[in-house]
Design a protein around this ligand. Structure first.
Ligand code: AP5
Ligand code: ZN
Length: 215
């Protein structure tokens, strides 16, 4: 099963993708994570895109399509979760071509619908475990009292450089201008399924499970 999780920054794509990895052994392909890894490992590309990301702008199509292309050659028995990709029509067409070459197809594009007003608090309250990537939130999913990650036990919580109100405003603008047209694109192909991203994390997960088990 191959799915896309589509939604604005803070919709909960990463949170739900991690659950699917754990529960179903699917492979999470997050271009945001790949770009942050490239930055952390100090590659030339990573350094080049870091400022673009911190401002909340989109990285060029060539770079992210290249990153996805590399990963799509891996073993893919349980299927892929595309998290934060595609984000433009050019990327969507490229993904279609890449999957076709592999003899694979998309089973569902899951649009996580949320209101803009919750996104500010979701983004500004977020922290992430630097060791295992578990996602926390100051209010809805606080870091454990003992200061240790509940998944891996590390004490290494991080906040992202683009998780501030100014960058978020830019990220939302990019989403509405360049990414939201994908909703109509996949709707026209009969692949779009919209779910309520405002529900609690467990409820959203149950809604996604329903979609996957139907298809
Ligand atoms: P990326 O890393 O993809 O970030 P994003 O799309 O902005 O999404 P986020 O990771 O911020 O949010 P999310 O939906 O995963 O939410 P999460 O689960 O963490 O991209 C970053 C940058 O990289 C881009 O701006 C761009 O520069 C570049 N980039 C990446 N891909 C690209 C591409 N394809 N093309 C071009 N450029 C690209 O949840 C958020 C918070 O809310 C957490 O604290 C969580 O605990 C909490 N939460 C989650 N679900 C719920 C819930 N149901 N109820 C209450 N709280 C919840
Ligand atoms: Zn951890």
């Amino acid at each position: 099963t191959n799915i896309i999780l589509l939604g604005p920054p803070g919709a909960g794509k990463g949170t739900q993708a991690r659950r699917l990895v754990e529960e179903r052994g699917m492979i999470q392909l997050s271009t945001g994570d790949m770009l942050r890894e490239a930055k952390a490992s100090g590659t030339e590309m990573g350094n080049r895109v870091a400022e673009v990301m911190a401002r909340g702008e989109l990285v060029t199509d060539d770079i992210v399509i290249g990153l996805i292309e590399e990963k799509l050659n891996d073993d893919h028995a349980a299927g892929f979760i595309f998290d934060g990709f595609p984000r433009t029509l050019v990327q969507a067409d490229a993904l279609g071509d890449l999957l076709q070459k592999l003899g694979e197809k998309l089973d569902a594009v899951i649009e996580m619908k949320v209101n803009d007003d919750v996104l500010v608090s979701r983004i500004t309250g977020r922290s992430t475990c630097g060791q295992c990537g578990e996602v926390y939130h100051d209010v809805t999913k606080p870091e454990p009292d003992d200061g240790k990650c509940s998944v891996c036990g590390a004490s290494d919580f991080k906040r992202r450089a683009d998780d501030n109100e100014d960058s978020l405003r830019q990220r939302l603008m990019e989403y509405y201008k360049k990414t939201s047209p994908l909703i109509g694109y996949y709707y026209a192909k009969g692949e779009l399924i919209s779910i309520n991203g405002l529900s609690e994390i467990d409820t959203v997960a149950a809604d996604i499970t329903k979609v996957l088990d139907k298809g």
